[in-house]
Design a protein around this ligand. Structure first.
Ligand SMILES: [Zn+2]
Length: 386
């Protein structure tokens, strides 16, 4: 079976520029990127110069479904949103990773990787009635470096980094100590840390100062307090954050329930401070609203000023590189096809940020078709109505 995708716009990671190609898929494997003669094709799909990219990578999700109160169904979400790779951000720690691996990761149709929580039990309960949170670090000993490193080594195939959550409600009393433990483990393993910031303490500047090349700051465009902006959540991006980016720290969105503000995003983009990766922090409490899914988060950044090319690289090449799997972020000859056809469509939609501010947007980033091996299917995605 030979499938030809005709007139595909692909975005080159090296230049950020578009090029127009045909893609040939022979028995499910990418056979040609360039020109494909019609005579070879059993089936031709006219893509009409829309974007074709690898299936999208969501760098911050919570998909330990049924094992934690936050977990959502990765396969169901992937099917309707064009996401083919879910990176779980610390739902499991060394104490419950085996369950995540056996009951979820190995059974999923989509690919799932994990930032292993430095806390032994991961994030088992969240969103207890009354808004209180159960901290995954009830005492500092729960951040057990030996257990974390052993689990990561035994599960190399799936563990792509170490997650640490630091905020007033989560475990503010420990200051930066959990991050220091996570960094020690990550360095020994040769993996990055993903750092969650929330309400202070600890202050974002103190934490970001400890991050190094390849480490990921998630919730980067969160609202005041502890925003990345200079003062009171307005103005320019702080010097500490700019220095972190210069030394190679990656800036991730991690939208979630409380961590994405239109005002912060606008100020950062106006200052030329673009995110490296666009991710949802999709979980049981953010799924309905304000997150919905990755295309909605992409739509927000697109309307706030990122180009379509920048948005696409932030859900393909960049997050794939961040987890040490650059192969998952590019279309490659000889590799099994897992592709998404998408477009920027002129449609009105009304979307809320994490502070409850609603905006009406005129463009949406719409996933249209998924091509997995030789199987071509329509993606049943719809923008939330205005
Ligand atoms: Zn999260």
């Amino acid at each position: 079976m030979y499938v030809k995708l005709r007139n595909c716009t692909i975005v080159e990671a090296s230049s950020g520029q578009q090029s127009l190609v045909d893609i040939g898929i022979s028995d499910g494997v990418v056979d040609s990127i360039g020109e494909v003669s019609d005579s070879r094709a059993d089936k031709t799909i006219e893509v009409g110069k829309r974007f074709v990219s690898p299936a999208w990578v969501d760098l911050h999700t919570h998909v330990y479904e049924l094992g934690t109160s936050l977990g959502v169904d990765a396969d169901a979400i992937g099917m309707r949103s064009g996401v083919g790779v879910f990176v779980d951000a610390g739902s499991a720690g060394a104490g419950n990773f085996a369950g995540f691996r056996e009951h979820v990761i190995k059974r999923a149709g989509v690919k799932i990787f994990s930032f292993l929580n430095i806390g032994y039990g991961g994030i088992p309960f969240f969103g207890i009635k009354g808004g209180s949170q159960a901290s995954e670090l009830s005492k500092i000993e729960v951040a057990d470096p030996d257990a974390c490193m052993e689990c990561a080594r035994l599960n190399k195939k799936y563990v792509v980094g170490i997650k640490v959550r630091l905020s007033a409600k989560a475990n503010g009393e420990f200051g930066s100590a959990p991050l220091k433990i996570a960094k020690k483990c990550a360095k020994a393993l040769g993996l990055p840390v993903m750092l969650h910031i929330g309400n202070p303490p600890p202050p974002v500047d103190e934490l970001v100062g400890l991050l190094e090349r390849g480490d990921i700051l998630t919730h980067s465009f969160r609202p005041f307090p502890n925003s990345i902006l200079d003062t009171d959540g307005v103005g320019r991006v702080s010097k500490v954050l700019k220095a972190a980016r210069r030394r190679g720290v990656l800036i991730d969105i991690g939208h979630g329930n409380g961590s994405f503000s239109y005002n912060t995003a606008e100020a950062a983009l106006a200052d030329g401070f673009l995110p490296d990766t666009i991710s949802t922090d999709i979980h049981a409490l953010s799924l309905e609203s304000p997150v919905h899914d990755l295309p909605c988060t992409m739509t927000k950044l697109l309307n706030l000023g990122m180009s379509a090319e920048q948005v696409l690289l932030a859900v393909t090449h960049n997050p794939a590189a961040a987890i040490g799997r650059p192969d998952l972020g590019r279309i490659q000859k000889g590799k099994r096809a897992d592709l998404v056809v998408s477009e920027v469509a002129t449609t009105r939609t009304r979307l809320s940020d994490s502070t409850g501010e609603e905006r009406t947007f005129s463009k949406v980033f719409r996933p249209l078709i998924r091509v997995r091996s030789s199987e071509v299917s329509r993606i049943p995605w719809r923008a939330p109505p205005p």
